[in-house]
Design a protein around this ligand. Structure first.
Ligand code: 1OR
Length: 287
């Protein structure tokens, strides 16, 4: 039998009629492209993406318009098509607004009020003429919200404990969470093979692994490093555009979260210096 509550949930989903705002195929193509660049939408399947595309409404703003005002209720999320917007926040009334960041084409804003049913956490103002795609709360709730909120919740504590992300603020960590994929490996399995081309960066979520390196072609692999929860690997190939410099092998049941090259560049770009500095500590001779 099915509980009343579960039935209610299911019933609500079945009855949901997402809004459909007519668009030509060029507009649809543009939105698809923007969605694929926004980590919150990138993991949706094609059918879900189509629903989002249909529900999006084009909105144009003149330079100087306030699109979101801190403290107000919010019912829409925006994806930037073109133009530049500025995000500011008042932390203390007496100090006035502080600049947080700019938004450009492909980026989304206004997600917090929808994810957490909270007032707008910051103000967003157009600083050029802007075109945005705007998604209503109903469609967001039905298609994106649960999965996104679960993912953020699941990774919040973990990412907070990752040493290399110490300088990254919580808001940005939650965007990293949107982009993370989780992968498991058996004891003894190769996660990375020296010499391969690689596009993925890993952080150990649970378990252990080692790095082994062959110092001449066909020579034996020597263990050069050990990894546990919170440690990362796979950054060198992404930083330097070179083949994998070592093999990484699971030494227990291993669970990792990973970022692809695009997400790595965008989310961890600001950590470039730290990652490069840390990499100079890798031993260059067998020990
Ligand atoms: P919203 O629905 O609250 C304002 O409307 C939007 O500003 C918010 O969603 C985000 O999309 C965007 N803190 C709060 N909101 C932010 C922040 C932010 N950055 C962008 N928004 N930061 C933390 C400040 C302590 C991030 C700073 C990089």
């Amino acid at each position: 039998s099915i509980s009343a509550e579960a039935f209610g949930q299911w019933n609500k989903k079945e009855n949901f009629q997402p809004r459909v705002i007519p668009k030509n195929s060029e507009q649809k193509g543009k939105i698809h492209e923007r969605l694929s660049k926004s980590f919150m939408f990138a993991s949706l399947d094609n059918k879900e993406k189509d629903i989002i595309v249909d529900a999006m409404e084009e909105k144009n703003f003149t330079n100087g318009s306030i699109i979101i005002e801190q403290g107000q209720d919010g019912n829409e999320l925006f994806v930037v098509e073109s133009g530049k917007l500025e995000c500011t926040k008042v932390f203390k009334q007496e100090e006035g607004p502080k600049f947080l960041k700019f938004y450009h084409s492909g980026e989304a804003f206004g997600e917090l009020a929808l994810l957490y049913n909270a007032p707008r956490a910051a103000t967003i103002k157009a600083v050029t003429e802007c075109k945005c795609w705007c998604l209503d709360r109903g469609t967001f709730n039905h298609i994106v919200k649960d999965a996104a909120a679960r993912k953020r919740e699941r990774y919040e504590k973990f990412l907070d404990g990752v040493e290399v992300l110490k300088s990254v603020d919580l808001y940005e960590k939650m965007q990293i969470a949107d982009a993370l994929k989780s992968t498991s490996f058996a004891n003894g399995e190769y996660v990375i093979r020296q010499g391969d081309w690689g596009d993925v960066f890993y952080i150990v979520e649970e378990g252990t692994a080692v790095a082994r390196k062959g110092f001449f072609t066909g020579g034996p692999e020597v263990e050069v490093k050990q990894y546990g929860a919170g440690d990362y690997f796979g950054e060198l190939a992404l930083l330097k555009g070179e083949p994998r410099a070592a093999s990484i092998i699971a030494t227990s049941q291993l669970k990792c979260v990973s970022l692809n090259r695009k997400a790595f560049k965008r989310m961890l770009g600001p950590l470039d210096d730290i990652l490069r500095r840390n990499a100079t500590k890798y031993t260059t001779t067998p020990n």
